[in-house]
Design a protein around this ligand. Structure first.
Ligand code: FEO
Length: 402
């Protein structure tokens, strides 16, 4: 049975939730599902804005058919061709073979790479600033390269202020019937999923996101219709502000994330003691993570949130403990910058993890490494307490100064 919702008088959400997917992009765990959003505009011409993942293809097609109510589909605007949005294009082409496709030249190349049977005569390639009138609605196209693939664009409806924002302003998590952000308690229920989505999917491309935000600043946006997560029609400034922080790699909060790699609990013990000492100094906005049991996507997400990071790792095979090594590699891959870092190292002989972690952090941009650090030989003992106190003092002072 179809299941659609009205966004405005003549614009409809025709997407669907997927509660079954375990790993988004086969890498990021999902515990609360994800939505694939698509929209139909009923103007003098009918227009579909993007499609949906094939996992929800049947529901999506039912929704499109129901909204069209027997009308033909005249246009399909494709803002982004990643298969979680483009996989159902072929089904649209089979059912409405006369549909005209509006997209970017790069999108056409990638669509053909994926094997979609698109006829050249049904494609209208558009570039930034072009406009298209569907009757009463005129839209304009804005290039959004690397948000999140090179072909991406966003489409702005000049008539009613709707921004079809592609992956920008998207989020993990299923909608569960509540299409609009103001139908959820977004700052409580959704923000962590939104941040984890942004930082892991688009986080690498902060400068490109900032460029898009700059262009968006010149538009009178009334609605944001992303390809995942809720539609924004109120408090748009809230999500824009989050995006400015994430895209410019500015921490949202002064706080400390302690990530430890521990084989037998001794490095974990040291991390816990540091957290206690921070609390004694009034620093309570802290999070403690075991790098071995926390998916790296959560660590990356919190890294974009907090100002300070403590890396505590045992030495393993004369190197960094592998899950910590992986975390540091992901930090680099996602372009994380502008954080203050403290280091704790451990090892029973040839202790090397501290120097190696420092090297990795130094390879990132605009990072501050505190001079104080902690070195443990197998476990934290009485003689190490002064070092831990000094590190807690240094972190506290740095937080107060930031
Ligand atoms: Fe949700 Fe880049 O696709």
């Amino acid at each position: 049975m179809y299941n659609y919702r009205k966004v405005t008088d003549d614009l409809y959400w025709v997407g669907a939730d997927d509660h079954r997917l375990a790993l988004f992009e086969n890498i990021h765990p999902l515990y609360h599902g994800v939505s694939y959003n698509s929209y139909v505009l009923l103007d003098e011409q009918t227009v579909l804005f993007d499609t949906a993942d094939w996992s929800v293809g049947r529901q999506f097609i039912e929704n499109v058919k129901a909204v069209l109510g027997g009308r033909s589909l005249d246009y399909m605007v494709i803002n982004h061709v990643e298969p979680d949005h483009a996989a159902s294009i072929e089904e649209i082409l089979l059912r409405w073979p006369e549909v005209k496709i509006i997209t970017t030249p790069k999108a056409v190349i990638i669509l053909r790479q994926f094997g979609f049977p698109i006829e050249t005569e049904q494609i209208a390639e558009v570039k930034e600033g072009d406009t298209w009138c569907f009757g009463t609605h005129t839209v304009t196209f804005v290039n959004a390269p690397m948000v999140h693939w090179p072909e991406a664009m966003v489409t702005f409806d000049l008539t009613n202020g709707v921004l079809f924002s592609a992956d920008a302003f998207g989020s993990f998590r299923s909608l569960d019937g509540k299409l609009f952000a103001d139908e959820h308690n977004f700052p409580v229920e959704w923000i962590d999923d939104a941040r984890r989505y942004y930082t892991n999917i688009v986080g690498k491309y902060g400068p490109q996101v900032m460029a898009l935000l700059k262009k968006a600043g010149g538009l009178d946006i009334k609605y944001i219709c992303p390809l995942h997560g809720p539609v924004w029609r109120k408090d748009i400034g809230y999500i824009l502000d989050k995006y400015v922080h994430w895209a410019s790699y500015k921490p949202e909060e002064n706080g400390v994330m302690i990530v430890y790699a521990s084989m037998y609990g001794n490095t974990e013990n040291a991390a816990e003691i540091l957290a206690s000492k921070l609390a004694e100094r009034g620093i309570t906005n802290t999070r403690l993570y075991d790098v071995s049991s926390t998916h790296v996507s959560y660590l990356i997400s919190d890294l974009f949130k907090y100002s300070h990071l403590v890396l505590a790792s045992v030495t393993y095979n004369l190197g960094i403990f592998p899950p910590m090594h992986n975390f540091l590699a992901d930090m680099k891959a996602l372009n994380l910058q502008n954080r203050t870092v403290a280091i704790m190292e451990n090892g029973s002989w040839a202790i090397r993890s501290g120097a190696l972690m420092k090297e990795k952090v130094e390879a990132l941009k605009h990072m501050t490494i505190l001079n104080d650090s902690v070195t443990l030989a197998s476990s934290l003992r009485e003689q190490n307490i002064a070092e831990v106190d000094a590190l807690a003092d240094a972190i506290a002072a740095s937080i107060v100064a930031s």
